[in-house]
Design a protein around this ligand. Structure first.
Ligand SMILES: Nc1ncnc2c1ncn2[C@@H]1O[C@H](COP(=O)(O)OP(=O)(O)O)[C@@H](O)[C@H]1O
Ligand SMILES: [Mg+2]
Length: 360
């Protein structure tokens, strides 16, 4: 198996290092469309940070978090630790070559059990602050990274957990300058919500990790022997979406024709979007905005999508709010609250939408 090397991201990496080289004072939201390479970038950078940084990386992706217990288990990565404890014996022979065993906040078992029993999220925050301070005082710079934070966006522990967390992050950065805090998310509705949040105004900055641009894409494909024609096909179908480019590279390695693979990727996505619209048309659907349930209208969805037949990007106010949110939630559109624009999540989505609208 041949690996695919991490490609480029020099501008973003530089920005990231600039942040790490100054005193922590703002929360950094790393955002961008799905599969644009946010997690890959963070992991790449974290692996290369000098020893004087101590990174705690917590990924909420795929974790089922519905209450306080679940949340603090993830925060302290106890399941991973418990599993590690169970299999430690088997790991002994290779222990020397293993990297640090886990990424959660280190915690002694009895302390964890106490926090677990008392259900006071504030106690957990105080504990974390103490751990971060210990690293800080030993001369290391603590860096806290929470990936896919939107997972707990709606969760309540005596009020919204997310606001308590934001307040905690503000304390770690702006008030105490104790740790760098990075929040990573693909959920543009979450970012939009964050953007308008009073607790966070002037207390955070945003770092966009978007799909590769044309030059970066062709340079990436050059490494894997794509000829001119193949590069053009790749760009035309999937644009600079890293995950899709990786797929094409692997398919080329198994001697598939790029055109065929790209064509079937488009067909698949077209079918998915068509089905979505058909379901809304026949069964209807609804979304919740704040506390209000709103009906999704098929005709409105279609007119929203139609705007993208001739344009790649539209202003946030050009779409009705319900259709916009629905299409964002369905990972078809991506809303960038900073530029107040909406585009598709990927080139493939744009093409698929155009196919569907062509038939509409
Ligand atoms: N800079 C890069 N170089 C090479 N491959 C990348 C790069 N960024 C992302 N990828 C590929 O794309 C996939 C999706 O990226 P990921 O970081 O999971 O996206 P996100 O976190 O933005 O949803 C990765 O698993 C990796 O295969
Ligand atoms: Mg990710």
């Amino acid at each position: 198996m041949k690996r695919i090397e991490f490609h480029d991201r020099e501008t973003e990496a530089k920005e990231f290092m600039n942040i790490l080289n100054s005193e922590p004072s703002l929360i950094t939201f790393v955002y961008g469309p799905i599969n644009s390479g946010k997690t890959a970038l963070i992991n790449h950078l974290v692996d290369r940070l000098p020893e004087d940084y101590k990174v705690f990386y917590i990924n909420l992706r795929g974790r089922f978090i519905s209450n306080y217990d679940d949340f603090i288990k993830v925060l302290f990565d106890v399941e991973h630790v418990a599993r590690y404890e169970r299999i430690k014996e088997f790991l002994k022979p290779i222990a020397a070559v293993l990297p640090e065993s886990y990424n959660g906040i280190p915690i002694p078992k009895d302390t964890f059990l106490k926090l677990f029993k008392e259900k006071e999220i504030e106690d957990a925050f105080v504990y974390i602050e103490t751990v971060l301070r210990a690293f800080y005082e030993s001369g290391r710079v603590p860096v806290l990274v929470i990936d896919e934070l939107q997972v707990i966006g709606d969760m309540k522990i005596n009020g919204h957990l997310i606001y308590k967390l934001f307040n905690f992050f503000v304390r770690l950065t702006k008030e105490l300058h104790l740790a760098h805090v990075f929040v990573v998310t693909s959920d543009s509705l979450f970012i939009e919500q964050v953007y308008s949040e009073a607790v966070l105004s002037d207390r955070c900055k945003y770092l966009l990790v978007d799909d590769f641009d044309y030059e970066t894409t062709t340079a990436f494909l050059d490494h894997y022997g794509f000829d001119m024609h193949e590069k053009e096909i790749a760009w035309q179908y999937v644009g600079g979406k890293p995950v899709s480019l990786v797929r094409l590279i692997n398919e080329k390695r198994s001697e598939k024709k790029i055109e065929d693979v790209a064509g079937s990727m488009l067909k698949l996505r077209t079918g998915e979007i068509m089905t979505r619209l058909k379901i809304v048309n026949e069964l209807g659907d609804e979304i919740t905005i704040g506390n209000k349930r709103c009906d999704v209208h098929h005709e409105k969805l279609v007119s929203a999508l139609k705007m993208f037949v001739t344009r790649d990007e539209v202003g946030a106010n050009e779409l009705d709010e319900v259709s916009k949110r629905y299409l964002v939630k369905e990972n078809i559109l991506f809303a960038d609250p900073l530029s107040n624009t909406i585009k598709t999540q990927s080139m493939l989505n744009l093409l698929a939408m155009r196919e569907v609208m062509g038939d509409a």
